[in-house]
Design a protein around this ligand. Structure first.
Ligand SMILES: [Zn+2]
Length: 153
C-alpha cells in the first residue's frame, strides 16, 4: 500500500480493490435472487443462506426521476435511476453525464457503472461513490453538469 491517496467506497457493496470497480451482491443460495443489502432472510423465498457475488457493471434503466434536492453535498437537480443490471439485480443510483432533465434520459439505452470522488476528508482519504452513465457518452454532456462541486466553503 504505497498509494498516497486512500480510496474508500461510500457504500460497502461497492468494490474498488480487485480489478475494475463493481458492485457486490448477496445471492440467495435457494432461489438465486440477489440483493445489495444484507438480509437475514431472502425477501423472495425466505432462504437464510447467501453467497457474496460480483455483479455485472452494465444494465438498463427501469425508471428514473429528476430530483431537486439531496444530501448537503449533492444539491440537485440530478437524475436518480433504478437500474436493472444484466443479471436482474436492481440498483438505485444517480445517472451521471447527462443534463438533469427528463428529456435527457433514454430508458432504451444501456448504462454502465462509473465511479467518482464524492469528497475527501482531512486525512486525504477519498470517498468514492458510484453512478451509472450511458455507454456512448458522446454529446449528451453539457458542460455545466459537474461544474458545481467546488463549493467547499
Ligand atoms: Zn431466495
Amino acid at each position: 500500500m504505497s498509494s498516497s491517496v486512500t480510496r474508500v467506497p461510500v457504500v460497502d457493496y461497492l468494490a474498488l480493490g480487485d480489478g475494475d470497480p463493481h458492485l457486490v451482491g448477496h445471492r440467495c443460495d435457494a432461489c438465486g435472487a440477489t440483493h445489495l443489502d444484507r438480509h437475514n432472510a431472502c425477501p423472495a423465498c425466505g432462504g437464510r443462506a447467501f453467497t457474496s457475488t460480483p455483479l455485472p457493471t452494465t444494465g438498463r434503466i427501469e425508471s428514473f426521476t429528476v430530483l431537486h434536492r439531496g444530501a448537503p453535498k449533492h444539491i440537485g437537480p440530478f437524475v436518480s435511476v433504478l437500474v436493472r443490471l444484466d443479471d436482474g439485480t436492481y440498483v438505485k443510483a444517480n445517472l451521471v453525464g447527462v443534463p438533469p432533465e427528463a428529456s435527457a434520459v433514454d430508458t432504451d439505452e444501456p448504462v454502465h457503472l462509473v465511479t467518482y470522488p464524492a469528497g475527501t476528508d482531512d486525512d486525504g482519504t477519498e470517498a468514492v461513490a458510484f453512478g451509472f452513465a450511458y455507454a456512448s457518452g458522446d454529446d449528451r454532456t453539457r458542460d455545466d453538469q459537474h461544474g458545481n462541486e467546488g463549493d467547499d466553503r
